[in-house]
Design a protein around this ligand. Structure first.
Ligand code: CO8
Length: 256
């Protein structure tokens, strides 16, 4: 089965479906690479004006693939292909909308936060549970949360790993639209259709200008977060966190 489904919703809108439903659409290297390549193609194709990304089977994505994460260590470093895939996703220059139902966790939440517009079902569940694996968010999610939510709420989310509902994410300013259960994709596609009729050059520059205010000036913080994530990949606590997830038991962390 293909991990990423790609279709034209209408003339100017591409729909990308994360499609690993048996693992709640967890983002493995192949899926991330396919997503990055699809966005590269959409960026080059003048007929594409807007992209909507969502998950199959009523969930967005439950994070990085924990089986792959178990094998990663600090020595993978900048040569790790996943890093390049994330960078290509984050550099997509046209409007990108994430339509979120169900679980939107860890790297899945980080992917949703990369989108320019986030449409959430009110009962979706968003969170950064990496701390329970002895890790931190490594793809810019921590920084994007801090920029939008400020210190107190971001600390709470990343230190406890607790989830918030889609309704809460909307109330806190993380999401641009909130809708009922099962309505996120249609709501996102309707917004995408409107964007596809807009002026592409002005949209591209508007996106750049907003990111310049909210993200570009924070590059040192993004870089520190990425390096901290890489360091944590080789700790005993990460190994214990992942073992505990697999054994379906609470972890016992040693601080090493
Ligand atoms: N990776 C791999 N497999 C997963 C993942 C995942 N992230 N999430 C769920 N699965 C698998 C489960 O192992 C299970 O498999 P099996 O059927 O073989 O036992 C199957 O999906 C269904 O899962 P559950 O039985 O647990 O289903 P529930 O509905 O009870 O729970 C949850 C769903 C809440 C999503 C639960 O599975 C869960 O907590 N998953 C882990 C969530 C998590 O910790 N995510 C963070 C991962 S770390 C991360 O994302 C770091 C990103 C770093 C980016 C770095 C860029 C450089």
């Amino acid at each position: 089965m293909t991990d990423l489904l790609e279709s034209r919703h209408d003339a100017g809108v591409v729909r990308l479906t994360l499609n690993r439903p048996t693992v709640r659409n967890a983002l493995n290297t192949d899926l991330l690479g396919a997503l990055a390549s699809a966005l590269d193609r959409a960026a080059q194709d003048e007929t594409v004006r807007c992209v909507v990304v969502h998950g199959a089977d009523s969930h967005f994505a439950a994070g990085a693939d924990i089986d792959e994460l178990a094998e990663r260590s600090a020595s993978d470093g900048p040569g790790d292909p996943r890093l390049g895939h994330w960078q290509r996703i984050q550099r997509f220059p046209k409007p990108l909308i994430a339509a979120v139902e169900g679980y939107c966790l860890g790297g899945g939440c980080e992917l949703a936060l990369c989108a320019d517009l986030l449409v959430v079902a009110n009962d979706a569940q968003l969170g950064q549970p990496e701390i329970r694996l002895g890790l931190i968010p490594g793809a810019g999610g921590l920084q994007r949360l801090a920029i939008t939510l400020g210190k107190a709420r971001t600390m709470h989310l990343v230190l406890t790993g607790e989830r918030i509902s889609g309704g809460q994410a909307y109330d806190w300013g993380l999401a641009s639209q909130c809708c009922g259960h099962g309505e996120a994709l249609d709501t996102a596609l309707a917004t995408a259709e409107r964007l596809a009729e807009g002026p592409p050059l002005a949209q591209r520059l508007a996106k750049q200008a907003v990111l310049a205010v909210t993200e570009t000036s924070q590059q040192a913080a993004f870089e520190l977060g990425r390096r901290s994530f890489e360091l944590l990949l080789s700790t005993d606590d990460k190994a214990e966190g992942i073992a505990a997830f697999r054994d379906k038991r609470p972890p016992s962390f040693s601080g090493k």
